[in-house]
Design a protein. Structure first.
Length: 112
């Protein structure tokens, strides 16, 4: 099951949401020394955009909190593309390990 949800918050405005602590990879993330909070997932999202889909940069904004990841904006297609990128990581322990390793290699702060 995919814990990411894309909702229309008002006409033409969308939010991609993930409640922290609800993914299939939370224990993997914790075993790697990180807390799977909203800021962690925002760092992962930015990394995925930078490394895999740079055309998504600037098409939405991030507003994470401790208990939730949120990306929002008016570009539904952009948020859907981000959802696809994140889904691979939040549902696949091997992909989560690879993505965390990439983040650390690139100096990304996952614990902000």
């Amino acid at each position: 099951m995919n814990p990411l949800r894309l909702i229309e918050t008002s006409p033409g405005k969308y939010s991609l949401l993930l409640n922290a602590g609800t993914t299939a990879v939370d224990t993997v993330v914790q075993s790697l020394g990180h807390e799977p909070h909203g800021y962690f997932w925002a760092a992962i999202a930015r990394l995925l955009v930078d490394t895999e889909e740079p055309a998504l940069a600037g098409r939405f904004s991030y507003d994470p909190e401790g208990g939730m990841f949120c990306a929002y904006g008016t570009d539904r297609a952009g948020l859907e593309a981000l959802s696809k990128l994140l889904t691979r990581v939040v549902t696949d322990p091997d992909q989560a390990r690879k993505t965390v390793a990439l983040a650390l290699a690139k100096g990304v702060d996952l614990d902000d």
